[in-house]
Design a protein. Structure first.
Length: 186
C-alpha cells in the first residue's frame, strides 16, 4: 500500500512516465497472442472521444480483448475517485479491463474499489539497490532480496486487496501476474 520511491521517478515528464510504464507492461504481455500496445490512443464512442494513456489489445481463443491503461504521475496518494473515473471509462469505451499505473502509492479505498471491480493497480518503484518489501498488512520491512528488472531502474508492483490485507506482486520476466490478470476474463 505504501511503497516508497525515489524522486527520480517524479523527475520524468508525464509523457516519459507513460512510455516507461507501457514498457513495463509490454514485458508482461508480449507472450499474448496478437498483442498490440499503443501509447496515447483516442477511443471514439457515442458519448464522445476519450484520450487514453495506453491501450492493450490481444486475442484469446479467437476473441479480441481490450484494456485501457491510465498513468498517474503524482506525488500524492491515488484516491478512490481516480479509480472510479477509470472504471467509468472502461464501461463507456466497452473495454474488458483497466490498469492504473502510478508513481505514488494508492489509498486503501482505491485498492478496495479496484479489487472489487477488476482493475489492476500498479505502482512503479525502484528496482535494484533501493528495495523494500511489505511483509504484513501496513508494515514495511527491508528485505535482502533485490528485485531485478533486467537493468531497468524501476519495477512495477501490482497491488490488490485480499479482504484482510494488501497483496503486492513485483512484476518481472519470471512473475507474469499481469498477464494472468488479463487472461482471467469474467
Amino acid at each position: 500500500m505504501f511503497i516508497p520511491t525515489h524522486e527520480s521517478v517524479l523527475d520524468m515528464s508525464p509523457t516519459d512516465f507513460e512510455k516507461y510504464s507501457l514498457q513495463i507492461l509490454l514485458q508482461q504481455v508480449k507472450h499474448l497472442s496478437d498483442c498490440k500496445v499503443q501509447h496515447n490512443k483516442i477511443i471514439e464512442v457515442d458519448d464522445g472521444n476519450y484520450q487514453i494513456d495506453g491501450y492493450i489489445e490481444f486475442k484469446l481463443m479467437g476473441v479480441t480483448y481490450k484494456t485501457i491503461v491510465e498513468c498517474k504521475h503524482y506525488k500524492s496518494s491515488i484516491p478512490r475517485e481516480k479509480v472510479q473515473i477509470l472504471y467509468d471509462k472502461i464501461r463507456a469505451c466497452g473495454t474488458n479491463k483497466g490498469i492504473l499505473i502510478s508513481s505514488s502509492n494508492f489509498q486503501s479505498g482505491a485498492i478496495e474499489y479496484a479489487s472489487k471491480h477488476g482493475i489492476a493497480l500498479i505502482q512503479l518503484t525502484d528496482a535494484g539497490e533501493q528495495y523494500v518489501k511489505r511483509s504484513q498488512f501496513n508494515v514495511i520491512t527491508n528485505s535482502h532480496q533485490i528485485p531485478y528488472n533486467n537493468g531497468c531502474p524501476y519495477i512495477g508492483v501490482m497491488q490488490s486487496s485480499t479482504g484482510i490485507g494488501i497483496n503486492c506482486s513485483y512484476l518481472s520476466r519470471t512473475n507474469l501476474s499481469l498477464k494472468a490478470y488479463l487472461e482471467n476474463i469474467k
